[in-house]
Ligand binder design. Structure first.
Ligand code: ADP
Length: 161
């Protein structure tokens, strides 16, 4: 039984995240999508909202669950005895940061191996920040986020304008 944790900000979930979730779900017995605290990013959606959106979008995937932590990903993976940390890689720009994170996570919890899944050509350019920006400026984000999450994301972004 191999358990993978897929950590990130998911502020909000995008089709790029969904693609990594589907691919991880096909590779591992169990996948926990983890909304993790990020000291360098101030959140738009609360952790609870991000979890709710992710749950809505993954409800058809029986081996995927969603959780959140205010602590370190390495501590979470150690607590649930996860085997793997899954990360998506968009471009070389993601690489340096993700590589550094992987090395730190290995120091903190040697049991969990980090595995990188390359983004597909179509979601290479997608980020939560880009989705927020397009939405705030009145653009159509329908092609960027899962359809289950779209109404809630638009509603929340408009309420915050
Ligand atoms: P961001 O806020 O930059 O969109 P997150 O912190 O939520 O991203 O990302 C969580 C993980 O998902 C990271 O490993 C990130 O590289 C990966 N990821 C984010 N967007 C994509 C995408 N479009 N395709 C593949 N992986 C992605």
């Amino acid at each position: 039984m191999k358990t993978a944790v897929y950590p990130g900000s998911f502020d909000p979930v995008t089709n790029g995240h969904m693609e990594i979730i589907h691919r991880a779900a096909a590779l591992f017995d169990r996948v926990v999508v983890l909304v993790a605290a990020n000291a360098t990013k101030s959140g738009f959606f609360s952790a609870g909202e991000r979890v709710e959106l992710l749950e809505l979008c993954t409800r058809d995937l029986p081996n995927v669950s969603v959780d959140s932590t205010g602590g370190l990903v390495a501590h979470y993976t150690s607590e649930i005895a996860a085997d793997v940390i899954v990360k998506g890689l968009r471009a070389m720009t993601d690489f340096e940061f993700e590589f550094q994170q992987a090395l730190v996570n290995r120091e903190l919890n040697p049991r969990a191996e980090t595995i990188f899944l390359p983004a597909s050509g179509t979601s290479m350019y997608l980020s939560s920040g880009m989705v927020r920006q397009v939405c705030v400026l009145g653009g159509d984000i329908g092609a960027f986020v899962p359809k289950e999450a779209l109404p809630r994301i638009i509603e929340r972004m408009q309420a915050n304008k």
